[in-house]
Design a protein around this ligand. Structure first.
Ligand SMILES: Nc1ncnc2c1ncn2[C@@H]1O[C@H](COP(=O)(O)OP(=O)(O)OP(=O)(O)O)[C@@H](O)[C@H]1O
Ligand SMILES: [Mg+2]
Length: 323
């Protein structure tokens, strides 16, 4: 049995002048999941989302949302999706309550139902105390929460969150993450764009990394991490003067590029380990023995999975990728 995909794109293209902002993107997003779209500034994230949300017409390829074509069945798609944009849509001069009630009325709720829904969401998002304040007086975190609240007045089948936590402090980011988890628990599929790897790591079950309008990697977090090597060693030397020698020994033992950290006694290297954690552990152990044999004193050593940050840097800066 095949389950209908929440999003399916084939060769999706958007061109602005001579800029191929989205350049042949293929995506498949399973329903009920958080799908992360990760990429640097200008990668094409917002443009992709705007095409999927029917706000922008593709110049090539095709895209379907729950089987409905975003161009031919645009009205049907609009009935299924909701978008919280990078640049938000609530009215600054209205209060939190006024914004939500107004939007709920526009969605066709009768006045009492609109008021009830607004109050429910304000409560759920920790905004009851700010309900009567104009949105222009909200903090960044409150503002982002009211934006998301506005986009889930009706529970959408598919919610696009375009960089929902950019510029937020850690506490506000955590609140938004909790909201995203709650939305998914209600059965909504979420497509989340972000520049933050830890955000994708926290929330997304699959991730597409895009750069210059193209998908350069796609998979689960584990798959993406494994694609740049099974592990990553971090070590600290007793003596900073031994670092150049340690770099040579490590790089030969691991057959990898060694990164010199800002801390003058620290080094980091990816361990290929033939793709397995056990292989990585054995290789790291041999490298340590080799360091000892060369008289290099290691004070601290750890072997971990590469972070998504390392994955991202390796993917977007090709010279770092393990062959
Ligand atoms: N309406 C537009 N007209 C012309 N060029 C555009 C338009 N929208 C986006 N672009 C260009 O398309 C490319 C992709 O932009 P997009 O906004 O999709 O990137 P993004 O991944 O969302 O970046 P950011 O992380 O900065 O939000 C950029 O080069 C951008 O300048
Ligand atoms: Mg964007």
């Amino acid at each position: 049995m095949t389950t209908e995909l929440a999003i399916e794109t084939n060769g999706l293209v958007k061109i602005f002048g001579d800029n191929r902002a989205v350049d042949g993107v293929d995506l498949a997003v399973a329903p009920g999941t958080v799908y992360g779209v990760l990429g640097p500034n200008g990668a094409g994230k917002t443009t992709t989302v705007r095409m999927l949300a029917t706000l922008l017409r593709p110049d090539g390829g095709e895209a379907r949302v729950f089987g409905k074509d975003v161009v031919k069945d645009a009205d049907a798609v609009r009935g299924l999706v909701s978008l919280t944009g990078q640049y938000a849509s609530v009215d600054e001069d209205l209060t939190g309550t006024e914004n939500l009630v107004l939007l709920a009325r526009l969605l066709g709720h009768a006045k009492p139902a609109a008021r009830t829904r607004a109050a429910q969401l304000l409560e759920a998002f920790g905004l009851t105390g700010a309900a009567g304040k104009q949105v222009k007086n909200y903090s960044g975190g409150m503002r982002r929460r009211i934006d998301i609240a506005a986009s889930i007045l009706n529970t959408p089948d598919l919610l696009f969150l375009d960089e929902p936590t950019t510029g937020l402090d850690p506490r506000s980011r955590n609140q938004v993450w909790d909201i995203v988890r709650a939305v998914v628990a209600q059965g909504t599929t979420v497509m989340l764009t972000t520049q933050y790897l830890d955000e994708a790591d926290q929330l997304a079950s699959r991730i597409a990394v895009i750069d210059h309008g193209k998908v350069i990697a796609e998979g689960t977090k584990g798959e993406l991490k494994a694609s740049v090597g099974a592990g990553s060693v971090h070590l600290r030397l007793r003596d900073a003067e031994q670092r150049p020698e340690a770099e040579r020994v490590l790089s030969a033992a691991l057959d990898a590029t060694v990164q010199l950290d800002a801390d003058p006694v620290a080094l980091t290297a990816r361990v290929n380990g033939h793709g397995t954690e056990q292989g990585a552990a054995e290789q790291a152990a041999r490298a340590l023995a080799e360091l000892a044999r060369c008289g290099i004193t290691v004070d601290n050593f750890s072997l971990g999975q590469p972070s998504l940050d390392e994955v991202f840097l390796a993917l977007t800066d090709r010279k770092g990728v393990a062959a």
